[in-house]
Design a protein around this ligand. Structure first.
Ligand SMILES: C[S@@+](CC[C@H](N)C(=O)[O-])C[C@H]1O[C@@H](n2cnc3c(N)ncnc32)[C@H](O)[C@@H]1O
Length: 358
């Protein structure tokens, strides 16, 4: 598989749209729906390295290929809370040897109202617990420190997110170990796009793969009688169950199963303890929702989902989507195609597709 970004000449949305239209010209000839993002402060997650020179320390990024280093002062595409904190945090660390020594990375995570910071160390963080605690207090920071096999939390690590989906508000909790859609505005638009489709459809039950902490699941559940939502990561599933409670939703079964395991379960090739309270034959799936990682769907998963009439496919990689469509379009056709500029000023683009059985 090639890299979609390599096909683009520049990072403009126009160029990305042009490439997508070219890539899918044999598969889809109707209008694309396009969702644009704000240019600034859209990104809720950032990971930076630290560069140490003499006694000083700087935020930095390293180009993996060329090994070239870039000193970073600010990232104005990041959430404003991250932008505001970055200089304050660096200034504090510069003045404190214990915090500065062997510090190699930082991760910022923001929800609409909250922020957490994770500092990564090449030394035993228990030795600097007091300094970390003071930092958290003085900057009023939800702080996590990590070193090999160790983690310390100051204030809290779980953030609350409020998503506004049309006229409803949904509440989610997650932490830095979860997959998080990085652009909250676009995330809300993606969920609304799926909801708009579902409101025009006859729905029964939903099968969702790659559900994360329930980002789509929670907001879509009321459109279905029952929902079976699966995901590989234990942490994500723990938060998904909590998020069900927070939103008082009772028609979702969240199960920790990889997509490969789910395919085996459907084919009755293997029995899973995690599924012992569930009879897969009791479901009547009218819709399948998939939101896989960049690699897309493997053959087993394609063979599973092609049995269903309606497939909603959210993709962060147009090239793996294109490869998967080579198989899915033998049984289905594309009815809707949306483009979400989740990663503004980069060559990446998120796609949403509705497929219906021919
Ligand atoms: C692009 S994210 C989407 C998550 C979720 N839909 C959301 O909107 O937040 C892909 C998710 O797939 C999960 N994942 C990765 N490989 C998987 C696999 N083989 N089987 C099941 N889930 C997997 C990841 O843990 C991640 O949560």
């Amino acid at each position: 598989m090639k890299d979609f970004s390599k096909l683009c000449i520049n990072n403009t949305l126009e160029e990305k749209i042009r490439q997508i239209k070219e890539l899918f010209k044999e598969n889809y000839k109707e209008e694309f729906e396009i969702f644009i993002s704000s240019f600034k402060h859209y990104r809720t997650r950032a990971e930076l390295s630290f560069y140490h020179k003499d006694d000083d320390i700087f935020y930095a990024m390293f180009d993996e290929k060329t090994k070239k280093k870039y000193i970073i002062d600010t990232l104005d595409f990041c959430d404003e809370k991250i932008c505001n904190l970055m200089p304050l945090l660096l200034d504090y660390i510069k003045k404190n040897f214990a915090l500065k020594e062997k510090l190699f990375g930082v991760e910022f995570l923001a929800s609409k109202k909250e922020l957490s910071v994770t500092l990564l160390y090449h030394k035993d963080i228990n030795l600097i617990e007091k300094e970390l605690s003071d930092l958290s207090k003085n900057l009023q920071l939800n702080l996590i420190a990590r070193s090999k096999k160790k983690k310390l939390i100051f204030q809290k690590e779980i953030l609350t997110q409020n998503l506004n989906i049309f006229d409803k508000e949904f509440i989610y909790e997650f932490n830095n170990d979860c997959f998080i859609q990085p652009n909250t505005l676009i995330n809300e638009k993606m969920i609304e796009w799926v909801l708009t489709i579902l409101k025009q459809e006859t729905t029964k039950d939903l099968l969702e793969l790659y559900c994360g902490y329930g980002n789509f699941t929670i907001a879509l559940a009321s459109c279905f009688k029952k929902v079976l939502a699966t995901e590989l990561s234990k942490k994500n599933i723990q938060f998904a169950l909590k998020n069900c409670e927070l939103n008082q939703i009772s028609n979702i079964d969240f199960i920790r199963l990889s997509s490969e395991e789910l395919s085996q379960a459907f084919k009755k090739e293997r029995e899973f303890n995690r599924l012992k309270h569930i009879n897969l034959d009791d479901f009547n799936f009218s819709h399948v929702l998939v939101d896989p990682p960049r690699s897309g769907l493997n053959k087993e998963v394609i063979n599973l989902i092609k049995n269903y009439n309606n497939i909603i496919y959210i993709s962060c990689n147009p090239l793996s989507l294109k490869e998967n469509l080579d198989f899915l379009l033998k049984t289905h056709q594309i009815k809707k195609f949306a483009l979400f500029d989740q990663f503004v000023h980069t060559k990446h683009l998120e796609c949403g597709i509705l497929l219906k059985k021919i």
